[in-house]
Design a protein around this ligand. Structure first.
Ligand SMILES: [Fe+2]
Length: 189
C-alpha cells in the first residue's frame, strides 16, 4: 500500500472512542475516555509521513503578507496544520499546553529559539529534513529569518487546546496571555 494511502486511511479513521448511548454507567464511563495520545516518536513519525505525502498538502499552500495556516488533519488523537511564513514573521515565545508538538520545514527555513530551564535560549535553523519536537510545556519562538517565504507542517497530540505566550526578562519567563479555541476566532497554532 503506498504511504499516501496509509496516511489517508489513518486520517479517515473515525474517533477510536466514540461516545455511545448505553444503559450501563460503567460502559458510559469507559466510552468517554479520551482517545490515546501519540508518543513523541509516533507524532514525529506521523509528521515525516505527512511531509512525504506531498499530494495531501502541496496544492493547499498559500502565501500572504501575514502568517497563514490551514488544518490538514483533525482527530481525537492529533491535529496537523500547514503554515506559511513571510519574512520576519514570528510566533512569540509560547507553549502548546499539554500537547506534544512536532514540526518540519518543507520550504525555505525557520529559526527556532527554545527557552531553556537555565534561563538561556538555544537557537537553531531548520530546513527541510530534521524535525523540531517540543514536549508539553516546552516554550519556543519560531521565526522566518530568511528572505524566502517558508512553509512548514505541524502536528500536536493531544490536539492543541491552548497556547500560553511569554515574555522573557533576565532569564525569567512571565506568562502574558493564554489562547484557546474558545477565546480565539480563527483558532490556529
Ligand atoms: Fe510552537
Amino acid at each position: 500500500m503506498p504511504k499516501s494511502a496509509v496516511l489517508t486511511q489513518a486520517i479517515s479513521q473515525p474517533p477510536r472512542h466514540p461516545i455511545r448511548a448505553t444503559s450501563s454507567p460503567l460502559i458510559e464511563v469507559a466510552a468517554i475516555q479520551p482517545a490515546p495520545s501519540l508518543s513523541s516518536q509516533q507524532l514525529a513519525s506521523f509528521v515525516r509521513q505527512l511531509v512525504h505525502d506531498r499530494r495531501s498538502w502541496a496544492d493547499l499552500v498559500e502565501h500572504h503578507p501575514e502568517r497563514w495556516w490551514t488544518r490538514l488533519v483533525g482527530t481525537d488523537s492529533l491535529d496537523a496544520w500547514l503554515i506559511t511564513w513571510p519574512r520576519d514573521l514570528a510566533t512569540e515565545l509560547h507553549d502548546h499546553g499539554d500537547s506534544w508538538a512536532a514540526f518540519a520545514v518543507v520550504g525555505g527555513a525557520l529559526t527556532e529559539h527554545t527557552a531553556l530551564p537555565s534561563g538561556r535560549r538555544s537557537t537553531r535553523t531548520l530546513r527541510p529534513g530534521p524535525l523540531g519536537v517540543v514536549p508539553p510545556g516546552g516554550v519556543h519562538d519560531v521565526v522566518n529569518a530568511d528572505p524566502t517565504p517558508a512553509v512548514s507542517v505541524h502536528a500536536y497530540s493531544p490536539p492543541l487546546r491552548s497556547m500560553t505566550y511569554y515574555s522573557q526578562s533576565g532569564g525569567l519567563l512571565r506568562p502574558t496571555r493564554t489562547r484557546t479555541p474558545e477565546s480565539t476566532n480563527g483558532w490556529a497554532p
